[in-house]
Write a new protein. Structure first.
Length: 632
């Protein structure tokens, strides 16, 4: 500002007028003009002449001394008391499905020694199909894990391995849910670990993320998740707790076996450390997935905390704004380099690191932000969608790990998602991919390498901003608020290995977070309480069955379905001849509708009901066959 004139004492209220003397364009970094202040009676009381305003990034406005207001959590495994053998039901037989025949044989033999008769299915190269399940009933155990050779996998080999594990468990869950009206299958996922200190190895990581989604989409068939050390299979009595555990029912059925003791998962809040991590002026930091808004904001945050250089790597074309930003930092003797490349391609990573070595201070930190959303309920999740979601997360994280393993890094931060922790309907592939990155962080720590995987709650930026407003609203209705982008940037410089390897950062209180954990919880259960049938809700099954004719029963089912869908969508009156695609149902809404019907009827309604029908009338016919299967 060149000149300030105050003509009289300033008293509220005041009115202001800004007169620009420079061009107002979207790409302008500075504005110039005069600001005039007037009293309530219109008299000019002050004038600010030739004021210059410079564009400031949102991330730069977050005070470094102010701690984030969101909550910080982490996992903890607590020992569980085992009931007396005579008091607890025990599993007597099961079917084990595994790609590795040796693992399956070892597990089946140990189960037989514990008194459980076990059949084995090893599909080898062919995909699991309904034919594998023709004569199955009772408990089905999917056994996942990998041998030592997986540590030398390339990113492409990891991708194929994890897609196969995801596809196997998804297929088992799909078939079990589709046939649940005439037989009851209960699905458990058991991941073999090489060490009792690991929750899960890299080989079975995606199974945990997917399993938490299955618990939400197919709660009636879901048994739970169990991490089992390989050595327990050979030890006498090493799996003694399993027959009772696999016959149990719990709201959060996630366990690990360690030295014969069963541990259950719980979430605990962590003390927040407001002090940001000081970064090195003589060091550089690589941000992958960095050519979007999130990467730019994080770069500015790192520079504000002392970083000497930042490289933004991403597949997107470089924008004029990023190029101007790089020039601006160059004038301040700071290095901001832009590199267009794909983190899932090892040759692109190598090229980016060579450029950093040549033109920038030594690499000391990595932030992996790259990711893709392709939401769909499990029944509609294709391998193509899974591959698209897995590639930047799994291949990208593994390529970065391999490319930097011999460098002296101080930071290796992976941006994960709370979806892998709580299971969000419609995000099975995304949850699984993030679970792999979380396992990779634990793997690196065991190897003596720095690593942090931050499971972010939804926030008002990044990929959450691409969701439909109705989907974002359902997060907040369920107590899961949207983090402020400035908070995300502030936490990015705080969550480091000395705090916790796998922190969960979300705008949610502990009681609401507990509600999210486990099976069958949907967005709409929180505002209205328990989704199961209330005392004043008519018994739809009994009401429909009692009707005298098939036409009357079908009409009643159609009206019931229209009413349940109408609670979730705002499209005016619904009709039976309306095509389902005209409802524009997203995966989260479809799952919520089906979950509510399940809760009211107590029947395992398949989610495919709302995706495999042409119109509402056809969906109602299918629903009627489930509600009244024995009525002619």
């Amino acid at each position: 500002m060149d000149h300030l004139r105050v003509k009289q004492q300033l008293t509220a209220p005041l009115w202001g007028e800004a007169i620009l003397t420079s061009s107002l364009k979207a790409d302008v970094e500075t504005l110039c003009g005069d600001i005039w202040l007037y009293s309530d009676d219109g008299a000019c009381v002050a004038c600010f002449q030739r004021v210059t305003l410079k564009r400031v990034r949102a991330a730069s406005l977050t005070p470094l001394s102010t701690g984030p207001s969101s909550a910080l959590y982490r996992f903890e495994w607590d020992g569980l008391p085992l009931p007396p053998p005579a008091a607890a039901p025990r599993l007597t037989n099961c079917t084990v499905i595994a790609r590795d025949g040796d693992d399956a044989q070892a597990f089946a033999q140990a189960m037989t020694a514990a008194g459980v008769s076990s059949a084995i299915i090893t599909p080898k190269e062919d995909e699991l199909s309904a034919a594998h399940f023709t004569d199955l009933a009772g408990t089905v155990i999917y056994l996942a894990g990998c041998g030592d050779e997986c540590e030398t996998f390339t990113a492409r080999e990891w991708l194929d391995h994890q897609i196969q594990a995801f596809g196997d468990l998804k297929r088992i869950a799909d078939i079990s849910a589709q046939t649940a009206t005439h037989r009851q299958l209960r699905v458990w996922a058991v991941t073999l670990t090489r060490s009792e200190d690991h929750c899960c190895d890299l080989g079975g990581a995606v199974v945990w993320g997917l399993g938490r989604t299955i618990a939400k989409e197919y709660p009636s068939i879901w048994g739970g998740l169990l991490a089992l050390p390989v050595r327990a299979l050979a030890d006498e009595g090493g799996i003694e707790p399993l027959p009772a555990l696999l016959a149990s029912v719990a709201r959060v059925p996630e366990y690990r076996l360690r030295a014969g003791q069963v541990y259950g998962r719980r979430m605990i809040p962590l003390k927040q450390d407001p002090a940001p991590l000081p970064l090195r002026r003589d060091g550089s930091y690589l941000i992958t997935g960095g050519c979007g808004e999130t990467g730019r904001m994080l770069a500015e945050r790192l520079f504000s905390q002392g970083a000497g250089g930042v490289m933004l790597l991403g597949r997107s074309a470089l924008t004029p704004e990023l190029i101007r930003l790089a020039r601006d930092y160059k004038q301040r003797a700071l290095h901001l380099r832009l590199f267009q490349g794909d983190v899932a391609r090892p040759e692109d990573i190598d090229a980016a690191l060579r450029a950093m070595d040549r033109f920038m201070p030594p690499l000391v930190g990595v932030f992996h932000l790259a990711g893709v959303l392709a939401d769909a309920p499990l029944a509609k999740t294709t391998e193509e969608k899974v591959r698209r979601v897995f590639r930047p997360k799994i291949c990208g994280a593994w390529n970065l790990h391999r490319a930097t393993i011999n460098r002296k890094l101080e930071i290796f931060t992976l941006f994960s998602s709370v979806s892998s922790i709580i299971g969000i309907p419609g995000q099975g592939a995304y949850a699984a991919a993030n679970a792999f990155m979380e396992a990779l962080a634990r793997y690196r720590i065991v190897k003596g390498l720095p690593a942090t995987a931050i499971s972010w709650g939804p926030w008002g930026g990044g990929m959450t901003a691409r969701l439909d407003p109705a989907q974002q609203r359902r997060f907040t209705e369920a107590g899961l608020g949207l983090l402020d982008p400035g908070e995300v940037m502030a936490w990015s410089g705080r969550c480091q290995p000395q705090t916790v390897v796998h922190p969960i950062v979300a705008d949610i209180n502990a009681p609401d977070l507990e509600k999210w954990l486990g099976r069958g919880t949907t967005f709409h259960e929180f505002p209205c309480g328990d989704a199961r049938q209330a005392p004043d809700t008519p018994d739809i099954v009994s009401s429909v069955t009692a009707l005298p004719s098939s036409e009357a029963r079908q009409a009643a089912v159609l009206q019931y379905l229209l009413r349940e869908i109408g609670k979730m969508v705002n499209l005016g009156p619904l009709r039976g001849d309306m095509p389902l695609h005209s409802l524009r149902l997203d995966s989260l809404t479809a799952v919520a509708i089906v979950q509510n019907i399940r809760g009211q009827t107590g029947l395992p309604i398949p989610i495919a009901l709302l995706f495999d029908s042409d119109d509402l009338h056809e969906a109602a016919v299918k629903l009627g066959c489930i509600l009244c299967p024995d009525v002619e």
